[in-house]
Ligand binder design. Structure first.
Ligand code: GUN
Length: 293
């Protein structure tokens, strides 16, 4: 069994980005600038956004954190987005999801200027991705492609099962892996909560991407020997033995599945750090795109 080390790979990518940023600075070019909008005080979201800001510092980007209260109205958030769209120094920005219930997520995502949408969530960018046109790929699926590429996991002609059809991970992952691209050309099955006989389907899979958000859902009896496992889940599970009161659990029962897997991502330290690295890569791309304007 080989661990797909997302932490190390993400660090490699950050070093590559930092070198490009340093060169840009020497040449008098603009320093990439990412902004992140956080609404409310959800613990996991705060952790993610702080990690994103910290990662910016590490590679030499400028970063701005816009921290809004839980009771922010949709109108107020749309104003913030309009300001970020206009701000010439901001190359890209993200609005951390989920949003409080008084805010319509679709309206917010549609308000982001597609050229600054480094999450790749705007319908224009989703459309471009689907049509194989150059655009910002959503960071989590993009990170998974990068991890598979750097560890030379063959995808062409393989049976891939993606579990979970979220707009952020499962759906784009299924599209990207089926495309005619370097890491792609797979035969993809997108399984979800209404799927019948899931175990029969996962047992045939060469690669499984588990992105359903149910801790330790995928167990050893559901997979074949030699499978590659990508675990996207990261749920806080109560654990009194930990000082912080919880542990982080993936969607994969690591102990049983890792016995049969050829490649497997750990949780934490697998997909999570890759997501952040790819967000930085998208921000650098947004900045380079703006050089030409
Ligand atoms: N919430 C969970 N994943 C993501 C992500 O990739 N981007 C944003 N903006 N919010 C998220």
């Amino acid at each position: 069994m080989i661990l797909l080390d997302g932490k190390k790979t993400a660090n490699d990518i950050k070093l590559e980005i930092a070198a490009v940023v340093q060169k840009r600075k020497k040449e008098g070019k603009k320093t990439p600038h990412l902004a992140a909008v956080l609404v409310g005080t959800d613990g996991a979201s705060m952790t993610y956004v702080n990690s994103k800001v910290k990662a910016c510092q590490k590679v030499g980007f400028n970063s701005t954190l816009i921290d809004l209260p839980e009771d922010t109205t949709e109108e107020q958030l749309l104003h913030e987005i309009a300001d970020l769209n206009k701000d010439k120094d901001i190359d890209g920005f993200i609005v951390q999801l989920p949003l409080p219930k008084q805010i319509d997520e679709q309206k917010v995502l549609m308000a982001v200027d597609p050229s600054k949408d480094v999450d790749g969530f705007h319908p224009v960018n989703v459309g471009k991705m689907t049509l194989d046109l150059p655009t910002f790929l959503p960071a989590t699926p993009y990170g998974i492609l990068e991890l598979l590429e750097r560890y030379k996991v063959e995808t062409s002609g393989k049976n891939v099962v993606v579990i979970g059809r979220s707009h952020i991970v499962g759906r784009p992952m299924s599209i990207l892996l089926s495309q005619k691209r370097n890491v792609g050309n797979a035969t993809v099955t997108l399984a979800h909560s209404r799927t019948h006989n899931l175990k029969e389907i996962t047992s045939q899979a060469d690669i499984i991407v588990a992105a359903l958000g149910i801790p330790e859902f995928l167990t050893g009896d559901m997979v074949k020997d030699g499978v590659t496992i990508i675990d996207v889940g990261i749920t806080r599970v109560e654990d009194a033995s930990k000082t912080r009161g919880y542990r982080l659990a993936g969607d994969v029962h690591f102990e049983s599945v890792s016995k049969k897997a050829k490649f497997i991502t750990p949780v934490p330290g697998g997909v999570g750090p890759m997501t952040i690295a790819m967000l930085l890569k998208n921000t650098l791309l947004a900045c380079k795109n703006r050089d030409k304007k």
